[in-house]
Design a protein around this ligand. Structure first.
Ligand SMILES: *[C@@H]1O[C@H](CO)[C@@H](O)[C@H](O)[C@H]1NC(C)=O
Ligand SMILES: *[C@@H]1O[C@H](CO)[C@@H](O)[C@H](O)[C@H]1NC(C)=O
Length: 412
């Protein structure tokens, strides 16, 4: 009697499950990369290799830099997955990015500050970083990555020591996906932007401990969550904001003002920018709630409400001013106290650190209603979970700061 031929399916399945068993999705320690603030531009930079500083761009879809001459371009075909990821988003000002791919894949690195772009080859590269247990760096790791190689002439207006841009968006060739794919960690990252000094980005998730040691312990246990949304045709991170409150009182905004253009997180603007129809009632509400006309001084551009700083009260959370809260879908609020709502523009003057969007019409739904900028995100721990599509947020306790990570290498 002939033996029935074994169907190939069980073999194939067991091969796959062996693979899965051998390499569980997240067996590796998360990857730590320091993030610094450039004092001259108020932009943030990330050291993805020794000596290769990149601009942090939460909305960036690529990792790109000016490459050493000895980099050999990799031959990615037009239909390679990497090529699809590289061309998934086209920056509005980048007209050349519309050209069809012929033979070899082209990426279009984009300078988010000047809007310049250029055609570039994709290359294989390596990121040099450390693994972390959330308390210290552990071991140096070299993580494979695919990057675009641009010529130096598109670096204008970026911080002086920067040689490229590190995109942190949810797209397939941005740092979170690159590190998840090549270092086998979850597609999520923590971002703690410093006011000064060095903060951290941790790819793969928590825990995160900052000095001094305290009862708070792992700061990821203090996160509150809201949805992390995306929209077609752009790689921006959106959060669902239902209303804005000043000292817990909702600011009277035009109907659907926030929903139309949405609220985005953007590390490339220094201060939160609001569309005129949102800006005016918001600034007026803050002015009324603070009620300190006696301390007011002439405006210092780009800000409107400025005060003699010696006349404002101080708290351990910065100037004693009304709280600002983004009231989120799901009921949680993301609150900003004086340390994130008032900026010292000189030794005597502190200004309300929100600006009006320029060149945008009131209510235009094609423009974001609010762009949350770096100053507001600083010393907040943010967790971008691209798998569960959740944003976690928490203010770092007043006695610590994002620049208080212990960068001393652990002995074990
Ligand atoms: C990509 O295109 C080439 C021809 O240009 C073809 O030979 C190859 O099979 C395609 N690969 C995939 C993954 O579709
Ligand atoms: C920083 O980490 C090192 C290595 O684990 C440790 O020896 C040192 O005590 C830590 N520093 C502080 C201030 O806790």
């Amino acid at each position: 009697m002939k033996m029935p031929r074994p169907s190939p399916a069980p073999l194939l399945l067991s091969a796959i499950s062996l693979l899965v068993l051998a390499w569980p999705a997240s067996c590796a320690h998360p990857v730590l990369i320091p993030v610094a603030k450039d004092p001259a531009t108020s932009l943030y930079t990330i050291l993805v290799r020794d000596g290769a500083n990149h601009l942090v761009d939460l909305a960036g879809p690529l990792l790109w830099s000016t490459c050493a001459a000895d980099h050999s371009p990799a031959a990615f075909s037009c239909n390679a997955t990497e090529c699809r990821h590289a061309t998934a988003y086209r920056a509005p000002s980048c007209r050349i990015a519309g050209q069809p791919c012929k033979k070899k894949c082209k990426a279009y690195p984009y300078n988010p500050i000047t809007g310049q772009c250029a055609a570039a080859d994709l290359i294989h590269t390596r990121l040099i970083a450390s693994t972390t247990d959330g308390k210290n760096p552990l071991q140096q790791v070299s993580v494979r990555a695919v990057a675009a190689c641009a010529t130096g002439n598109i670096l204008a207006s970026l911080p002086a020591d920067v040689t490229g841009v590190a995109g942190l968006s949810a797209s397939g060739l941005a740092l979170p996906a690159l590190i998840a794919a090549n270092h086998r960690v979850a597609r999520k990252f923590l971002l703690c932007l410093p006011r000064r000094g060095e903060g951290v980005a941790i790819f793969g998730g928590g825990p995160l401990f900052l000095l001094p040691q305290s009862d708070v312990g792992d700061l990821t246990t203090t996160l509150a969550f809201t949805a992390l949304r995306s929209r077609k045709d752009n790689p921006l991170y959106y959060i669902p904001v239902n209303s804005i409150a000043v000292n817990k009182a909702p600011v009277p905004l035009p109907a659907h003002a926030l929903a139309g253009g949405g609220v985005v997180l953007c590390s490339r603007v220094a201060f939160t920018a609001l569309r005129p129809d949102v800006y005016r009632p918001f600034v007026d509400a803050f002015d009324r709630a603070l009620a300190r006309n006696d301390a007011k001084v002439p405006a210092v551009a780009p800000f409107e409400l400025c005060y003699r700083s010696s006349m404002l009260g101080n708290t351990r959370n910065g100037y004693a001013v009304p709280d600002i809260a983004l009231v989120l879908e799901g009921g949680k609020s993301w609150t900003f106290v004086g340390s994130n709502s008032m900026v010292d523009v000189n030794g005597q003057t502190a200004c309300f650190a929100f600006v009006e969007m320029k060149g945008v019409k009131s209510g235009d739904p094609s423009a974001a209603a609010a762009v949350i900028g770096g100053f507001q995100m600083e010393n907040h721990l943010l967790q971008f979970d691209l798998e569960s599509k959740q944003l976690g947020f928490a203010k770092v306790p007043f006695f610590s700061a994002c620049s208080n990570f212990n960068f001393t290498k652990s002995q074990h």
